[in-house]
Design a protein around this ligand. Structure first.
Ligand SMILES: Cc1ncc(COP(=O)(O)O)c(C=O)c1O
Length: 300
């Protein structure tokens, strides 16, 4: 959309943007327009200082809650409610699913209308408000109001089958979150001491069973991965979609990031990229299954 990207390292405890780094970035760069904050792995990433910093500097806050449905940001607020925009994914690995699909939340009427149009080929008829419709109809009297394409768009409309599946899961969402959290707490308590355990779990809604080495140790990592593979336990390296995004071709081939020293620039993200992985968590996962996984990990 013509914006330039900037990256900020994360904090290990939250797996989300480091508030101090964000503050100094926003203070030193007056061009920052929006912050994209991912609540990773079901851990709350939105601290009071991040929220207040965005408000104070009039920076749009976008919360990615795709893998963290139900996270409590504070006693009264769930993740996705404070940001100007927030997105949720209903992909089938997540807390609730419509097989594919998702949801965007906003309190801004203009953004709401724009997003409605964007998901349906950019067509005006997808907008809800009478005012916006009238405005376009008057501005483009030579066009059939049923077919006014206001913006380049997508076709990402959900369908009724997805809705039925989603609505039935919504009823059980809170219950499923409790189970996921219990699984993770059980798992975390029994991990060996070489694993990082100090996640900030207040208000969590666990997505996955995280294993991050406290210290860089390539040998240990190889052993861990081999042991999991030999026991047919599926895992994902890097702890969230592809680890350090600065290492992914879609970013690293941009001129701006071509020569960046990933390790120096974002040491925590880069540590997790090489020494972190996660295993699937889901409400039906039994304690006996978790014990089996723990046995493999603890045997290394
Ligand atoms: C944090 C995060 N953001 C975005 C997405 C993308 O969601 P979707 O596959 O529904 O587009 C995912 C998917 O796993 C995710 O975990």
């Amino acid at each position: 959309m013509g914006f330039e990207l900037e990256f900020i390292d994360i904090k290990m405890e939250t797996l989300a943007i480091d508030g101090d780094l964000l503050k100094s970035k926003i203070k030193s760069d007056k061009n920052i327009r929006a912050v994209f904050l991912t609540h990773a792995q079901g851990i709350n990433g939105l601290t009071k200082e991040i929220y207040e910093c965005c408000k104070e500097h009039n920076v749009i806050l976008i919360e990615d809650v795709c893998e963290s449905h139900g996270v409590q940001v504070d006693q009264l607020t769930k993740a996705g409610a404070k940001g100007d925009l927030s997105c949720f994914s209903y992909y089938y690995a997540h807390h609730m699913s419509t097989i594919e699909g998702g949801m965007i939340c906003t309190n801004d009427e203009k953004i709401y209308e724009y997003i409605r149009m964007l998901r349906g080929h950019g067509m005006l008829r997808e907008a809800r408000g009478a005012q916006i419709k009238l405005q376009y109809e008057q501005q483009y009297p030579d066009l059939n109001p049923m077919f006014i394409f206001t913006t380049p768009g997508f076709n990402v409309r959900n369908n009724e089958i997805g809705a039925i599946i989603g609505l039935s899961q919504l009823k059980r969402l809170d219950q499923m979150i409790v189970r996921r959290n219990e699984n993770f707490q059980y798992f975390l308590r029994r991990l060996p001491n070489w694993a990082f355990k100090d996640f900030n779990l207040e208000g969590q809604s666990n997505y996955a069973l995280n294993v991050i080495l406290k210290e860089p140790n390539a040998d240990l990592m190889i052993k861990l991965e081999k042991a999991l593979e030999m026991n047919e336990i599926e895992y994902r390296r890097g702890s969230a979609g592809g680890g350090n995004q600065l290492r992914q071709p879609y970013i690293r081939n941009m001129e701006k990031f071509k020569y960046i020293d990933c390790k120096k620039f974002a040491p925590i993200t880069d540590h997790i990229h090489f020494y972190g992985l996660y295993l699937g968590n889901y409400p039906d996962l039994q304690i006996s299954d978790i014990d089996e996984i723990l046995q493999v990990i603890n045997s290394i």
